[in-house]
Design a protein around this ligand. Structure first.
Ligand code: F6R
Length: 242
């Protein structure tokens, strides 16, 4: 399903309404959260719903998509801190129920496996919010990787590091080089996927996602295989659709 909406606010409200439905059906649902700018309007809409008493995350678990490797625990760009600031601390989820892959573990291979197991043991993700990179990545699954991967340690491409340098004083040398990320196979296990893309910079990735063939060169295209995937985009991000 593709929804072309007027602006970020409309996109955020549409996705928040879907999340509300999931939690109405089962208050113990698990929400998959993403960092970056794309989900911010959704988080704002969710916070409004919680404040209005129309939605509660008190029995929910949040699962993050990814995390930098080796970033200082207190760094504001550490994804766990971003998720706490942007959404978790502003709603009624128990902070203990906010989970992410541990990019600072001594044994990263063990940590990524444990994360995949934790998602399964907690009942899986009911709805996953996603952004998309200008190169078609979702989470930190960069072009050329496996389409069926599980949570793993990854290397960030130059493009993604450049895209994210704005969060590190515009200094590429400060952007971490490695990450831990849910794999495409892990993401595809979520029962529902909602992807947000806005702006001209995402238009090519959106065109590949919607109209291209499934290819590891455009990782998000794997979403075409998902039984319940929706994308929410603005006119600029839709501008390369036929
Ligand atoms: C974030 C993530 C990334 C972003 C993508 C788009 O957890 O996994 O895949 O969703 O890089 O970022 P924004 O939304 O900032 O354009």
């Amino acid at each position: 399903e593709v929804f072309i909406l007027p602006d970020e606010k409309a996109i955020g409200e549409a996705i928040a309404a879907r999340i509300q439905k999931v939690f109405e059906a089962n208050p113990k649902s698990n929400l998959g959260v993403a960092t970056g700018s794309s989900p911010l309007s959704t988080y704002k809409a969710l916070i409004d719903l919680v404040n209005a008493g129309k939605l509660s995350f008190k029995d929910a678990h949040f699962f993050m998509l990814d995390e930098y490797v080796g970033i200082d625990e207190n760094h504001p760009e550490r994804y766990r801190n971003v998720i706490m600031t942007e959404i978790a601390s502003q709603v009624d989820v128990d902070p203990e129920n906010v989970h992410g892959p541990n990019g600072n573990a001594d044994d990263l291979e063990k940590a990524v496996q444990e994360y995949d197991n934790l998602i399964k043991e907690t009942g899986g993700v009911d709805l996953q919010i996603l952004g998309i990179g200008s190169d078609g990545h979702i989470a930190f699954n960069e072009p050329g990787g496996s389409l069926v991967s599980r949570t793993h340690v990854g290397v960030l491409t130059k493009q993604t590091r450049e895209d994210n340098a704005r969060f590190f004083d515009g200094d590429l040398s400060k952007v971490p080089t490695h990450c831990v990320t849910q794999g495409l196979g892990t993401i595809m296990d979520a029962r529902e996927l909602c992807l947000v893309a806005t702006g001209e910079n995402k238009a090519e990735a959106v065109a590949q996602l919607v109209e291209g063939g499934i290819s590891a060169l455009w990782p998000a295209t794997i979403m075409q295989m998902h039984p319940k995937a929706a994308i929410f985009i603005d006119e600029a991000a839709a501008s390369k659709l036929k």
